[in-house]
Design a binder for this molecule. Structure first.
Ligand SMILES: Cc1cc2nc3c(=O)[nH]c(=O)nc-3n(C[C@H](O)[C@H](O)[C@H](O)COP(=O)(O)O)c2cc1C
Ligand code: SF4
Ligand code: SF4
Length: 443
């Protein structure tokens, strides 16, 4: 019997699907509607000091046919009166006592932190999330990412909060930093109960070619926004992994955020160590109903693999994420084209000839089905990635699987090469065309 419920640093939730602090959690109405739709928790749109927002607020990267592959905003924290938010929070908890309602907070002084923590505890919040992430607007006032980028300041504020809070505290990190371990460690040293990441990335999604201002344009001017959505998922996954592998950090639970849209995304974040997930852009794009696919997909995955709770597989990919120097240099794959599936578009030929290793030749019998030149194929995957037909190009293992040799072992054994002798690059049989061959059609 599958049980999706979680206990996240003491915050109980019927499932690991939470809405991230953002417009979908701007009001009690939206959060109650989301809980009805199946979300297990919601991090309330950040509450704090009074703000005024601008219009417009959002920009996006539309990549080919995909709308909002990346999303950007220059919105501030909640602009609704604090007392309205607190009253609605209390009401949500009355109707949904077993769902997770987490109050995201951002204020300035220690006194303000103590007061607002008291306020949300009185309103029945199950936990607090500290917003040290916004890379626009609030950081100009010394909050948001201005704190997230300064581990020492972050630690001090976490200490203030831990001193005052009676409910669990999640520290939400900014990804606008080159080494995520630094703020992660500072949060743990400050005593945080949990960590969430990522908040948005400082970015400009484009420039209007008439007004010469960055999107979103506000009366002829713009500012950097916070970038999120599917485009940021790979960077978020890597940051979650970094924290989940760190010995001094990984005893606190991690809530994974960044580009999550489907059950697969959820499972990937969990395999890299997250035990709850938060979603913003996908809920803004498609509405609360996406949680149904997330839940049924997660259940199906767990059923197929024989897992009963998410704790049975959380972090299971971590031992397989290693450093480059520990990868097996003897492992060898080569591309193989399935002629029955090939539509003769020759995209693989163009990609390999111009962008890889000249390891695909065009058909000489006019049927447009290309073939792989094994000696030149380094197994880079490029052709399989550009091929528009599913499973038409597969990567097949060609070594016998008996040898395992890594750069690390070579370093230990003093056998690192002193000359360029990689068989896959100009070694045995590998052929690099002469420069003049590029002009053969002209000569
Ligand atoms: C319009 C908008 C407003 C946001 N407001 C907040 C906020 O008030 N507090 C906060 O912690 N994060 C805020 N975020 C960041 C999200 O909570 C989330 O961390 C980020 O969008 C990454 O998740 P996603 O890729 O699912 O959107 C906001 C994001 C967007 C797009
Ligand atoms: S795997 Fe790389 S080198 Fe081999 S054929 Fe494909 S693109 Fe060329
Ligand atoms: S890209 Fe795929 S479908 Fe197109 S020619 Fe190459 S193998 Fe065939």
């Amino acid at each position: 019997m599958i049980d999706l419920s979680i206990d996240f640093a003491g915050i109980k939730s019927p499932n690991p699907f939470w809405l991230a602090s953002a417009p979908p959690t701007n009001s009690g109405y939206q959060i109650m509607k989301a809980f009805e739709a199946g979300w297990g928790g919601a991090v309330w749109k950040t509450l704090g000091v009074p703000t005024i927002n601008v219009s417009s607020r959002y920009g996006a990267i539309n990549y080919r046919d995909t709308r909002m592959a990346g999303f950007s905003n220059i919105e501030l924290i909640s602009d609704r009166p604090l007392e309205d938010n607190l009253r609605e929070m209390e009401e949500v908890k009355k109707y949904f006592p077993n769902h997770a309602v987490i109050a995201s907070l951002m204020v300035d002084t220690r006194e303000e932190w103590i007061q607002i923590i008291k306020d949300v505890e009185n309103a029945g919040a199950d936990g607090i999330e500290l917003n040290f992430g916004c890379p626009h607007g609030m950081c100009e006032r010394g909050m948001g990412s201005a704190v997230g980028q300064e581990p020492a300041v972050l630690k001090t504020i976490v200490e203030w909060v831990m001193d005052a809070a009676k409910i669990p505290v999640i520290t939400k990190l900014s990804p606008n930093i080159s080494h995520i371990i630094d703020p992660g460690l500072a949060a743990v040293q400050g005593g945080t109960d949990a960590i969430s990441l990522v908040n948005t990335f400082k970015s400009i999604v484009g420039v209007d070619l008439d007004s010469y201002a960055p999107y979103p344009v506000v009366d002829g001017k713009g500012t950097n926004g916070g970038y999120c959505g599917p485009a940021v998922k790979p960077i978020a996954l890597n940051m979650v992994k970094d924290l989940a592998q760190h010995q001094e950090i990984n005893h606190v639970p991690i809530s994974g955020i960044g580009g999550i849209e489907t059950w697969r995304d959820v499972v990937e974040f969990m395999l890299l160590g997250a035990t709850s997930v938060q979603v913003c852009t996908a809920a803004m794009h498609y509405g609360f109903g996406i949680v149904r696919e997330m839940e049924s997909g997660l259940r199906q995955f767990m059923d197929d693999k024989g897992y009963q709770t998410i704790y049975d597989f959380a972090g299971k990919a971590l031992p397989n994420v290693t450093e480059w120097k520990h990868l097996n240099l003897e492992y060898d794959v080569k591309a193989q084209i399935n002629e029955d599936k090939c539509i003769g578009c020759d995209l693989c030929y163009i990609a390999c000839d111009d962008g890889a290793h000249q390891a695909i030749s065009l058909s000489s019998n006019g049927n447009r089905i290309p073939s792989i030149i094994d000696e030149n194929c380094v197994g880079c995957n490029l052709c399989a990635l550009v091929c528009p037909v599913e499973d038409c190009i597969t990567m097949e293992r060609v070594d016998d699987g008996k040898k395992d040799n890594t750069w690390h072992e070579r370093t230990e054994n003093n056998t690192i090469p002193v000359t360029f002798n990689d068989d896959r690059a100009g070694g045995k049989g590998h052929y690099v065309p002469e420069p003049i061959e590029a002009l053969k059609n002209r000569l």
